[in-house]
Structure formats: C-alpha cells, structure tokens
Design a protein around this ligand. Structure first.
Ligand code: ATP
Ligand code: 3PG
Length: 415
C-alpha cells in the first residue's frame, strides 16, 4: 500500500465553515433482537466526539447519514435511538428526522441552520442504497440527485463502510466537492503506518473464526513482505496446525470441516513451504465436555475441544511481542464468550499494551475485550474490521477510489 492514501482530500481541503454539509458516518451497531435496543454503542461514542469537534470548529449545517443493519435482518432499525445517544455523547443536540430523501427529510435539511446537526433515518430504507454499483452509476441514483442539490460539500467519515460501493459512499463524491472526515483520516493514517513500517519486527497476531478472510490477508501480507511474524491463534491456528501435520483429534477436525476450513489446507501448506513467517501454538487449552474439565495440553497430546491457546504458547508469543515495532491484532485467541477461555486473549492484549510498538486492533470481538484505560496515542482501535482487513489485503476500497475521483473532478475542492 502506498502513500496515495495520505493524498486523499481532508476537511482542510474544503471550506465547510457555516456551509451545508452531508456527512456519511457508520454508527451501525449490534442490536438486541428482542428489544430492538442498541447493545454496544462504541461506534456512536467515537463518532460523537468527532461531530462535536466539527461543530465547534466549523459550525456547519451538518446533516449526518448512516445505515443500520440490512433490510430483512433483525438489526435493521430506525436511527432514533442513535440520535439520542449521539446527542448524549457529543453534548450537541442532534435532531432526528424519520425520513431519508422524502419531503420531510428535504425540508428538515433546508431548515437546518449553521451550527445545527440533523441525523437522517437509516439510509438503507432507500432501496437504491442497498445495491452496489460503480461510482458513476451511483451518482445518478434518485437518492443522490434528490439530496445533493441541498448541500455544498460531502464528507465521508464512514471508514467501516469503505468497502461498500453504495450511493451514500461513492455517489456523492462525484457530484459534490468531498473529503474524508477525521475518523476516516485517523484510520487511513493507521493503515498507511502499517504499510510504511519497515524498521523493527512487524508482528500480526491473527485469530478468531473468519479463517477464509484471514488466509487471504496472510497471502497478501506474505506476497508484499509486510509481516515479519504472524502469530496465529483461534481457529486460524488450528488450520496451520493441521497443515503442519499435527493431529488435532476428531472433535476439532469436525469443527474445522463444518466451517469449511479444511479446504484451505493446500493454501496453508503452500504458505508454510514458501517459508512464510507463520508461528503456531505449542500447547492449547481444551475442554472435555464429559467431565467439564479444562486442561492445558501439548499439541502432540490433544484430547478434548480446543478453546484457547496454552500457557507455554502465551509465554513465547508475549516474549516475541516485546520486540515488535508494529503490531496488528485481529480476532480473539480463544472462545471468549466463555470466561474460562479468555486468558489467552487478555494476556496477549496486556503484552500488546505494554509493548513499545505502534498497535492497530481491529474487530468487534477484540474491541469488546479492550481495557480502554490502557489505550493511548500508540494504540489505534479501528472501527473498521472488514474494511481494514480488505485494505490490508491490498484491495482498492470503493470509498477511497471515489474520494480520489472527487479530488480530480473538483481539484481538491474549495467552492
Ligand atoms: N479455538 C476456537 N474455537 C472456536 N471458536 C473460536 C476459537 N477461538 C476463537 N473463536 C471464536 O472466534 C469468534 C470471533 O472471531 P471473529 O473472526 O468474528 O473476530 P473479530 O475480529 O471480532 O471479527 P468481527 O468484528 O468481524 O466479528 C468468537 O466467537 C470466538 O468464540
Ligand atoms: O459493520 C460493518 O461491517 C459495516 O457497518 C458494514 O456493514 P455491512 O456489512 O452491512 O455493509
């Protein structure tokens, strides 16, 4: 990845003071399927801080849009509660209109005064927003054409949705002078650091259960020589153990089979044979369901279901982490839903907090395990799990491409 990431237009390239701005954010949050209430509001808290900063500094008439879930899913809700939480966390009154592009939304947008903030309803209530397409086509949607005339500028602060080629992400930049917002910029700076980091060991600690995605990331990391060590945990570690010929036992192999992970063995073997710097656990914590026993066993003597990395592995991994200058961590080391198997993840996180490295932590499960009192300027907790992962995989994110197109259309863009 290259420095072109850092050439994207920022708020400094626009002149949004007291102007009409449409800002796309991603406050998509986990929702309790029974009550419809927000379960975890981390993304809302993060965006609230930046909204306050923008309002204080530029006093724009700021209209915010976000999606929540997908039509047909139980987390597809309106954004009324999101508006209340944004107001609570930002200290700025965030008005809400239960409409996206109809007369109610358009009149609420037109009436908004400088310094005021309005949240539109779930953008995916508009069917066009759910369809992916090229930026040119998305800029011609009814959604973009109806709303764009009401704004001077477009700001994309939805890094976590940067991998979607939807109208609110790629359509507006082609018709309005645009920039990335402060959170998007922070994510991009963190990604650029990952790609430009050359001195000292760059350590990727990869685990969790999204093994197909992670294998693609590892292949790209290896091809582009971006990782000095890849410490595997979670189900990813089990794939590489099997690829090395370790016998995990029937129960564990069955789980890998169910998750279609065994089909990845040839690709994992190829990486190992090429000498990719992939480390695997030497011991694991297992659960024996018959007598509910938890054991720490060597990988040569596995019985029971693997639920976490083992103690010796933890010692070795934590020792390696001390040397790192860059750490990227994604996915928990074990089945963290059960408190007996959180130790691996928590101890690795402790080693990461205490390291000297620049740290990027991505993903919802890991995010929920973070001790926020330990987070400082050296540690970047990404809001974008999938988007960051795809960027790291060497893929061009549609949001980034659209901002680059906008820059060349509007020449960086002050109106
Ligand atoms: N050894 C293991 N066996 C089975 N499941 C495991 C194991 N280790 C970790 N997991 C599971 O991995 C899941 C989390 O992985 P996932 O890849 O979703 O993490 P993430 O980085 O938070 O991603 P996202 O933000 O996209 O959810 C947890 O539900 C956890 O139980
Ligand atoms: O949580 C996410 O990954 C983003 O909000 C994108 O959501 P989506 O996968 O429904 O597009």
């Amino acid at each position: 990845m290259d420095n072109s990431l850092l050439d994207l237009p920022t708020l400094k390239d626009l002149d949004i003071t007291r102007r009409r701005v449409f800002m796309r954010v991603d406050i998509n949050s986990p929702i309790d399927p029974e009550t419809g209430k927000i379960l975890d509001d981390r993304r809302i808290r993060v965006h609230a801080k930046y909204i306050k900063e923008i309002v204080d500094k530029y006093e724009p008439a700021l209209v915010i849009g976000s999606h929540q879930g997908r039509p047909g899913e139980r987390d597809f809700t309106t954004l009324e509660e999101h508006a209340e939480l944004l107001s609570k966390y930002s200290g700025v009154q965030v008005k809400f209109v239960d409409d996206v592009m109809g007369p109610a939304a358009r009149s609420a947008i037109s009436e908004l005064r400088p310094g005021e903030v309005l949240l539109l309803d779930n953008l995916r209530l508009v069917s066009e927003e759910v369809l992916e397409g090229a930026p040119e086509a998305q800029s011609m949607t009814v959604f973009v054409r109806r709303l764009s005339g009401l704004f001077d500028y477009y700001v994309n602060d939805a890094f976590a949705t940067a991998h979607r080629s939807q109208p609110s992400i790629v359509g507006f930049p082609l018709v309005l002078p645009s920039a990335m917002g402060p959170l998007f910029e922070k994510e991009v700076i963190a990604a650029a650091k990952i790609f430009s980091s050359t001195s000292g060991p760059r350590i990727f600690i990869l685990g969790g259960s999204k093994v197909h995605d992670l294998l693609r990331v590892i292949e790209n990391l290896v091809r582009n020589r971006l990782a000095d060590r890849i410490l595997t945990t979670g189900l990813l570690a089990q794939l590489f153990l099997v690829a090395k010929g370790v016998r995990l036992g029937d129960e564990n192999v069955r789980l890998l089979e169910e998750k279609n992970i065994l089909t990845l063995i040839p690709r994992a073997r190829l990486l190992l044979m090429k000498g990719a710097p992939i480390e695997t656990p030497v011991d694991v914590k297992t659960h024996n369901e018959k007598d509910d026993a938890v054991e720490n066993v060597s990988i040569t003597k596995i019985t029971g279901v693997i639920k976490d990395i083992g103690e010796t592995t933890l010692e070795i991994y934590c020792e390696l982490i001390k040397e790192a200058s860059l750490i990227v961590m994604r996915g928990p080391a074990g089945v963290i839903e059960d408190s007996k198997f959180r130790e691996g993840t928590l101890k690795i996180l402790d080693a990461v907090y205490n390291s000297r490295a620049f740290v990027v932590i991505a993903g919802g499960h890991l995010g929920s395990m973070i001790d926020e009192t330990k987070v400082n300027d050296r540690i970047h907790v990404s809001t974008g799990g999938n988007a960051l992962l795809l960027l790291l995989s060497g893929e061009e994110l549609p949001a980034i491409k659209a901002l680059q197109m906008s820059k060349s259309i509007f020449h960086g863009g002050k109106r």
